[in-house]
Design a protein around this ligand. Structure first.
Ligand SMILES: [Zn+2]
Ligand SMILES: [Zn+2]
Length: 295
């Protein structure tokens, strides 16, 4: 194991301990993510991505006008890798609880019988067509997000590799007055404060890219009127705040990595701060995005 991998594994271990001690999320779900992490990390290093020609991407002018570099349906992906990851992901899902095991069985049988075309489901997930995934949510009431989890987790390593390769194609000083991802146009699932000045970054819910957003503006509707933007913190969760917007009714958690002196793991910190999601939702605000694992 690489030294950085070892450090990351140690930090992740500490985070899982923290998440378990909160007794909010079910053990099956925590174990699921714990087993997926090393698989995802390996897949990220092995993803095979071919970029389209620069001419097939949005022009600099279009990007300055707010267009993403590529639409989601055109975003480079490693479909072979995603399909190869499905069997081990089904196995991990099956080990994470009775309802998840039932869902894994139903989905595996559907793949074998041809009732579920995984490639088509993954393509629908990429293009944002919810219908095929919604169909299986309806069929799996005990574990409705099982196929979302498989699709999101299988595709994520390739999409993240693609995002890293695409980032240099963005024009220098591209604008950041919109909250959406400049590479793919998707919404952030978290925002972060980094660097000494506390620059604010969005973390893309689709490709994982981290990009500058305005410090004081709603990441979802671009509201910048301070009277419409509120934030709250909870003493038990230092370095985390919840940004709520009264204009669109949505909220996003903001992790302050200048204050959080414990490594950099946004997807796990999202899980470790689920109590703040509960609080925000009790106050009537909604979260428009899922976790990094599709549930
Ligand atoms: Zn993106
Ligand atoms: Zn808003």
């Amino acid at each position: 194991m690489h030294v950085d991998d070892q450090a990351a594994a140690k930090q992740a271990e500490a985070r899982f301990k923290d998440i378990r001690s909160q007794k909010i999320l079910p053990e099956g779900l925590i174990a699921l993510v714990e087993h997926v992490l090393p698989l995802s990390r390996r897949a990220r290093a092995e993803a095979n991505i071919t970029l389209p020609e620069r001419e097939a991407m949005a022009s600099d002018e279009a990007i300055f006008a707010g267009s993403p570099l590529l639409l989601r349906q055109d975003f480079p992906r490693d479909m072979d890798q995603a399909l190869a990851l499905a069997p081990p992901l089904f196995d991990i899902l099956a080990d994470s609880g009775d309802e998840a095991a039932k869902a894994a069985d139903v989905l595996r049988q559907a793949v074998d019988s041809g009732a579920l075309d995984l490639r088509a489901a993954f393509l629908a997930s990429i293009s944002g067509d919810d219908a095929p995934l919604a169909f299986w949510r309806g069929k799996l009431p005990g574990s409705p997000r099982a196929l979302d989890f498989i699709a999101t987790t299988a595709l994520a390593p390739g999409l993240a590799a693609a995002a890293e390769m695409l980032a240099p194609s963005l024009p220098a000083n591209h604008p950041h007055e919109h909250g959406h991802c400049p590479l793919c146009g998707s919404m952030p699932y978290l925002t972060l404060l980094r660097e000494k000045e506390g620059k604010r970054f969005g973390v893309c819910s689709f490709c994982g890219y981290e990009y500058r957003v305005r410090r004081i503006a709603c990441a979802y509707c671009d509201e910048a009127d301070q009277k419409k933007l509120k934030l709250f913190r909870v003493a038990e969760y230092p370095g985390v705040r919840v940004d709520v917007c009264e204009t669109c009714g949505l909220y996003v958690k903001t992790l302050d990595y200048r204050e959080l002196d414990r490594g950099y793991l946004p997807p796990l910190d999202d899980m470790a701060t689920v109590a703040l999601d509960i609080l925000a939702q009790q106050q009537g605000f909604k979260r428009p995005t899922l976790s990094a694992w599709g549930f």
